[in-house]
Design a protein around this ligand. Sequence first.
Ligand code: KIV
Ligand code: ZN
Length: 391
Amino acid sequence: MSSDKVYIFDTTLRDGEQVPGSKLNTREKVEIAYALEELGVDVVEAGFPVSSPGDFEAVTEVSKALKNTIVCGLTRAVENDIEVAGKALKFAAQGRIHTGIGTSPQHIYNKLRSTPEEIIKRGVAAVKYARNFVGDVEFYAEDAGRTDNEFLAKVIREVIKAGATVVNIPDTTGYCLPQEYQEKIQYLNDNVEGIENVIISTHCHNDLGMATANSLAGVQGGARQVECTINGIGERAGNTALEEVVMAIKQQKLLNYHTSVKPVMLNSMSQLVSDRMNMVVQPNKAIVGANAFAHSSGIHQDGVLKNRDNYEIIDPASVGAGKSAFILTARSGRAALNFRAKKFGVDLELDDLNQLYNHFLIVADQVKEVTDDHLGQILSNYYGRTILRAI
Ligand code: KIV
Ligand code: ZN
């Protein structure tokens, strides 16, 4: 497909929910699904309906709730899984079954105890069976990252002939390097008849910290759907982070792609998922971490105060993160101290600023961060009267 739109397939409610301790009930899944629809994702993978009665109910309720977004249910290449998913998706305005099977030698011989020929037969049968329930069937070649490209092309060719509308090429174990993954997608684009009639999807795990890079490389190789989760949550080291892919596509205009996601909702979406799934967002997480727009070293603070673009490539307000923050530590400089003192209604002359800075450093060397409380005390001591924060 030559369109420059990259479809965002969110699997927070399925792959994301596989994280121990993050299980959601139906009400929470519906709440997050509504928010994802509002955020502008194209597909919500709501769960794995055959896995439990609770997940069947959740996929059913999400299907009833969403009106403009494709609702997807995961299955193995097993008739009963597919039938159950078909039932759960019955009420969806747009339903998709996501079925598939392992294609790497590791999975074929050591997990499925099968043969390459049998795997193709099972994949084809699953896709054909799923087409009895929905018109939109996505096939995943599990562990495609470690699958030989020639065999992968053979599998993908056959499942497209069987009726797959989307073909997912997961790097299930987060094994690939970006160039390798890009070449894999490009190879399929160049060697599979009928591939121009379907969407190629990326699904990258983060075991080597390369999920986002691999997903973008996949897009450059010809993929037009990216599977991802809010905050990058998921099995082991997680999945591709939705917020990273969306913002990389937006900021790197050269790539010339776009998504339908509204960036301004990214931070509130991140907080909602973190809260409901009991998963703290690491402070240095790109786009949505508490420190993503915080500056604490003197050189950076001075640079940002002169011109935000010196050290920020994204306007924090554009992703719903408010304003840049200036954290005061022993590495901070006079510019940030002056800036923070203004919030106490104090306009410092150069002489005062220099003297106050020495007082500030004494406190800063003793604590991890100089808070507003500390600063109020430093200013009060310096001026010999109580100074409270004004704004
Ligand atoms: O990582 C993976 O391969 C998956 C598939 C089930 C799509 O999550
Ligand atoms: Zn996965």
